[in-house]
Design a protein around this ligand. Structure first.
Ligand code: NAD
Length: 512
């Protein structure tokens, strides 16, 4: 292991941790199967963890229930102070955690640092939020009555996260949930358990210093089985699940069957419309970064380019030229633009998609393929590929979590918007144009049907200040900024009579 990985593991205190469940500061001796985390960067072992079993999950839930009874009584700004200190601790360990994210998941070191920065940003946001958990005051229709609403903590928030943002998703949920007075149980992706353990350690130091009750931050490492326990568990009022649409449908149904609350952040199939009025140089940067950043493994990755027919050929050529310049290799080496896919299964699904698009009639613009030889021994490095394709192709309608980009032509802006919306997913979308009418139409109710719609920036990379999430098969959930916090609380409407009569609502008379 080069690039200071051993040092980072040591600094984060995770070099010989193998327990798969924790209630905060304490770790449980788990007895499940061993999960070996192998880095897609070089096939070396990042760490080994003994997975949690149902009994461990049970113990963590019990502790969380106990903790909730005291944590909810801590004033929200005091809970915010704990989150502020977690933000400071993350600042201290930004380089090490960023490096570990890069090494365990395979994204570039810069993107690893960016992910930790998002965690720091959401901590700051949550600290401010801890003094702004506002409800409204309404005018009562009855004399000498006051009516208002308040937000109360919900209880246990279950967090199921995906491999591609192994640490940020936890913080988007838990930092808000904690200031809201909830307690959290995190089930990270079984593909990235070591970064999760590192986060738990970072938070635990702050918890210990502030006497935060054990159980406020539970961690349970395991595969889908733990996620299923959580989804079916009536003691977990909110399950926030990030991952594939397949997973979200299972979680949504299980949580729905018990009338719990699910916050779903699922797959995307994001497009950029490149108009004849676009700045093509800017469009190129947005499209290439969007398509190949994180090796196409972002939920907001650009998967389709919908290009006006008059600029189609020239843009296609620019794109092919830019793809020719991409450096693929070790993501910890800052010279490289594109790192590996997460594992061999991901490589197979990339190859399967390429075969399928060709079979359906797609034309190669930039050929893909798996790289071999020095530096590529893990077998997880692939070439970003580009195809001309129809939006109606079965494979184009699906999210393939890899750097494959589909190009299509359009004549009118209405047609472009219909193509953009013509997929089952609805996460992120963008238009490149300097034409006001086009951009306003794209952002209007007759425009993009996605949760995120951008003008003159690409589809990928969002700021924590806005609510993040998407429509249709992306699941409808919103997390992070704006008023996304409301999903972590229960709303209560209160009516208070300070008069000497008891008038009924709607003028109903009930004389005794
Ligand atoms: P995945 O669906 O395979 O796994 C995600 C998590 O769900 C893991 O922790 C996994 O163990 C768990 N899980 C799987 N099946 C489950 C079940 N039946 N019940 C409960 N839990 C279950 O996804 P992945 O491969 O880790 O991540 C890639 C996917 O995540 C892509 O589709 C991507 O678009 C999506 N994603 C979405 C967002 C978003 O905010 N919309 C963000 C990141 C990733």
């Amino acid at each position: 292991q080069q690039y200071g990985i051993a040092e980072a593991l040591k600094a984060l205190g995770v070099e010989d941790i193998n327990k798969g469940a924790s209630t905060g500061v304490q770790w449980l001796t788990t007895k499940g199967e061993e999960i070996v985390s192998v880095s897609p960067v070089d096939n070396d072992i990042v760490g080994k963890v003994v997975a949690a079993q149902a009994a461990d999950y049970e113990a963590v839930v019990k502790k969380a229930q106990e903790a909730f009874t005291t944590w909810r009584l801590v004033p929200a700004p005091k809970r915010g102070e704990v989150v502020r200190q977690i933000g400071d601790e993350l600042r201290k360990y930004k380089a090490e955690l960023g490096k570990l994210v890069s090494y365990e998941m395979g994204k570039s070191y810069q993107e690893g640092l960016g992910e930790v920065q998002e965690m720091i940003d959401i901590c700051d946001f949550a600290v401010g939020l801890s003094r702004q958990l506002y409800g409204l005051t309404m005018h009562s229709e009855r004399a000498q009555h006051r009516m208002y609403e308040q937000y109360h903590p919900l209880g246990i928030v279950g967090i199921i996260s995906a491999f591609n943002f192994p640490v940020a998703v936890w913080s988007w949920n838990s930092m808000l949930a904690w200031v809201c007075g909830d307690v959290c149980i995190w089930k990270p992706s079984e593909k990235t358990p070591i970064t999760a353990i590192a986060c738990q350690h970072i938070a635990a130091r702050v918890f210990a210093k502030n006497n935060v009750p054990e159980g406020v931050s539970g961690l349970v490492i395991g595969d889908a089985k733990i996620g299923q326990l959580m989804s079916n568990d009536g003691r977990v009022p909110l399950v926030s699940a990030t991952g594939s649409t397949r997973m979200g449908k299972a979680v949504g149904q299980a949580v729905g069957a018990r009338l719990g609350r699910a916050l779903l952040e699922l797959g995307g199939n994001n497009a950029i419309i490149i108009s004849q009025h676009a700045d093509l140089d800017m469009s190129l940067v947005g499209a290439v970064f969007g398509a190949v950043g994180t090796a196409g493994q972002r939920c907001t990755t650009t998967r389709r380019l919908i290009i006006h027919e008059t600029v189609y050929e020239s843009f296609k050529n620019k794109l092919a030229h830019a793809y020719g310049q991409l450096k693929i290799g070790n993501p910890l080496d800052e010279k490289n633009h594109v790192g590996p896919l997460i594992d061999k299964d991901a490589v197979n699904s990339y190859l399967g998609a390429i075969e399928k698009v060709k079979k359906e009639g797609g034309k190669v613009v930039v050929e893909g393929g798996v790289l071999s030889g020095a530096g590529y021994e893990s077998g997880c490095y692939v070439k970003p590929a580009v195809f001309e394709a129809d939006n109606s192709y079965e494979i184009v309608q699906h999210e393939t979590f890899a750097p494959i980009l589909y190009l299509m032509k359009y004549k009118t802006i209405e047609e472009a918007i219909a193509l953009q919306n013509g997929v089952p997913q609805g996460l992120s979308s963008a238009i490149m144009t300097q034409n006001l009418r086009e951009s306003e139409l794209f952002l209007s109710h007759a425009g993009s049907d996605c949760g995120i719609a951008n003008v003159n920036i690409g589809t990928s990379g969002a700021e924590i200040g806005g609510a993040f999430g998407g429509e249709k098969e992306t699941g409808g959930g919103r997390e992070s900024g704006s008023d996304a916090w409301k999903v972590y609380m229960r709303r209560q409407t209160n009516t208070l009579n300070f008069g000497t009569n008891l008038p009924l609502a709607q003028g109903i008379k009930f004389d005794l």
